[in-house]
Design a protein around this ligand. Structure first.
Ligand SMILES: Cc1cc2nc3c(=O)[nH]c(=O)nc-3n(C[C@H](O)[C@H](O)[C@H](O)COP(=O)(O)OP(=O)(O)OC[C@H]3O[C@@H](n4cnc5c(N)ncnc54)[C@H](O)[C@@H]3O)c2cc1C
Length: 469
């Protein structure tokens, strides 16, 4: 046994390592390699871990071999798609990162309206491949997020109310189980596993390929943000509540609270001021979207209106500059049912107290097609909720981060009387009870039984973990 790193003190068998390295189609990165520093980093700068090995897999065979090596050497396993796990589940100290970011294959079948996507593809790459055909999979709102982690948790996005969650577009997956077996899962094959991967996160295996159904949207949509002064939050939210009550499923909105960012299109005298915005996307004809959004656009005294016809691809990446790699991020989240006057008061008060220029609150509108799938049909839970809160306390670096984190916790705690579940992909490291709450007791028990079947030794435990025992 030879010490690979004095820092991690992790002991690996170097001859076995060299043998494995020679058979890997991708690349093995070890501490001391030029790439190590960039490859150990994940999106959230607050996460700072030193794995013993990073297996940059080129294909499913590499994934199987990496997993066998990790198991044979008792290495903790972290699985990385896009690296956007906010609690940092896709990197670990000492163990092995099985990194799929080199696996970028995307094959669109325009006739069948399906797309096959490998495990390292990012949302922007997927959308860029399907949008020339005016097609899309529902996917998240920041284009550098990974398809893999987002899909396995459920997948919220701009066309969810019309076409459902990302998992509602999922037709099949190819995955490597904890025993190193390559299996398919779909409604017809290993249906129990297919149920579990649609919301159960990375608990059941490493997905090397996803197959999605595509939906018609774009290439142009009526979409974008409208800003009001932060102090107008109570009136704006009351109007918004009434206005969305009977809106069509094509309309998807996110209410955002923050300080106005320093971005192109934002007037300099507005930058830094507290604002409340409604960001909309209409998944239907552009002129219809303009008509549906007219009442919102003419409400009150908006200070900026960038809601207009634009490419769906541009809209999909509009949040990118606000969520850059390496900044420090902390999330608190909950589902809520309805938007009561008390909640509006909490939002107004807490929004006024935002300090950091990059701290944000997003209130996601749910309903529509999401709620038309029965909750028991997939592991994802909370389809009946009306909104999902994601409260971010963010800072550029460690400086001021503790304050932002406490602010986010305070906002979330103030909403406690209204909590109605939570989206697993918005959880931090919050313990088993919170994971149970995310799924509900009955579904959590079903997931546990599935975990016992597919990963009894809990090899895949760096995730929102469903403990087999
Ligand atoms: C900036 C930002 C924006 C976001 N926006 C949205 C959004 O719009 N909608 C939404 O629903 N969520 C959103 N999220 C949450 C997001 O869905 C999760 O953070 C998700 O885990 C990110 O996936 P990833 O592949 O990038 O992350 P990674 O960190 O690579 O993976 C996260 C976890 O997923 C599992 N995993 C990853 N790849 C695989 C694989 N191939 N096989 C098996 N398990 C795997 C592992 O357990 C891993 O720990 C956002 C997060 C961030 C940071």
């Amino acid at each position: 046994m030879t010490t690979v790193s004095g820092l991690t003190q992790h002991k690996l068998d170097m001859s076995a390592l060299q043998d494995w390295r020679s058979r890997l189609r991708g690349k093995l990165v070890l501490l001391g390699d030029a790439e190590y520093e960039t490859q150990r980093r994940v999106w959230n700068g607050a996460i700072d871990r030193y794995p013993a090995t990073i297996a940059r897999c080129a294909n499913a065979v590499d994934v199987v071999r990496a997993l066998h090596f990790a198991r044979a050497h008792n290495l903790l396993v972290a699985v990385r798609g896009g690296g956007h796990s906010v609690p940092g589940h896709s990197v670990c100290d000492d163990g092995m990162v099985i990194d799929l970011s080199l696996m970028k294959g995307i094959v669109v079948d325009p006739e069948a309206r399906t797309v096959r996507v490998q495990g390292g593809v990012l949302l922007g790459e997927l959308n860029a491949a399907t949008q020339p055909l005016g097609l899309a999979v529902n996917s998240g709102i920041v284009s550098h997020t990974g398809v893999a982690g987002l899909t396995l948790g459920g997948g919220l996005g701009w066309i969810q109310r019309k076409y459902g969650l990302t998992i509602d577009h999922l037709l099949s997956v190819e995955l490597v189980t904890a025993s190193g077996e390559r299996v398919m899962a779909s409604a017809e094959e290993n249906a129990d596993l297919f149920w579990g991967v649609r919301g159960g996160g990375g608990n059941f295996g490493i997905v090397t390929e996803f197959e999605f159904r595509l939906s018609a949207v774009g290439p142009s949509v009526f979409a974008g943000p409208i800003y009001w002064p932060g102090e107008d939050a109570p009136e704006l939210l009351r109007f918004y509540r009434a206005w969305i009550a009977d809106c069509p499923d094509e309309l998807m909105t996110i209410v955002v609270q923050r300080r106005a960012p320093n971005l192109p299109g934002v007037p300099t005298d507005l930058v830094g001021r507290h604002i409340i915005a409604v960001v909309a996307c209409y998944a239907g004809p552009v002129d219809e979207g303009e008509r549906v959004l007219r009442p919102l656009k003419s409400f009150g005294r908006a200070v900026l209106d960038l809601c207009q016809p634009q490419p769906y691809l541009a809209h999909q990446s509009m949040f990118d500059p606000g969520f850059q790699h390496g900044w420090w991020y902390y999330f608190r989240a909950c589902h809520v049912n309805g938007l009561t006057d008390e909640m509006i008061d909490i939002m107004a008060e807490r929004g006024r107290a935002i300090v950091s220029p990059i701290t944000t609150v997003a209130l996601w509108q749910l309903g529509g097609a999401i709620a038309r799938v029965r909750d028991e049909d997939t592991a994802f839970s909370g389809r009946g909720a009306s909104f999902a809160f994601n409260i971010n306390g963010n800072a550029y670096s460690a400086d001021g981060f503790d304050f932002e984190r406490e602010w986010a916790r305070g906002y979330w705690s103030a909403l406690a009387p209204f909590h109605a579940g939570v989206y697993v992909n918005f959880l931090m490291e919050e313990g088993e009870e919170r994971v149970r709450q995310a799924y509900g007791a009955a579904k959590y028990d079903r997931l546990k039984a599935l975990k016992r079947r597919y990963d009894p030794d809990n090899i895949f435990r760096l995730n929102q973990n469903i403990r087999p025992r």
